[in-house]
Write a protein that binds this ligand. Structure first.
Ligand SMILES: [Zn+2]
Length: 64
């Protein structure tokens, strides 16, 4: 399930109006408000999501 990079909620990708593309990546949002927040500063939120992903990968590696 895609993640809303603004509030961190898991969102359904069925709602095609609540998404935004940035650098070839599609981001999904729970609400108009999160979408417009993202669009004000897409770079920051895209980076947040990336950081989170790489942290999870590191954690996974430690456990195994
Ligand atoms: Zn949200």
């Amino acid at each position: 399930m895609p993640r809303d990079p603004v509030c961190g909620m898991n969102v359904r990708d069925r709602d095609k109006s609540l998404r935004s593309e940035f650098r070839g990546q599609t981001y999904h949002f729970c609400s108009d408000r999160c979408l417009s927040t993202f669009e004000q500063d897409p770079e920051t939120f895209a980076q947040l999501l990336e950081d989170e992903k790489s942290q999870k990968q590191k954690r996974r590696k430690k456990q195994s």
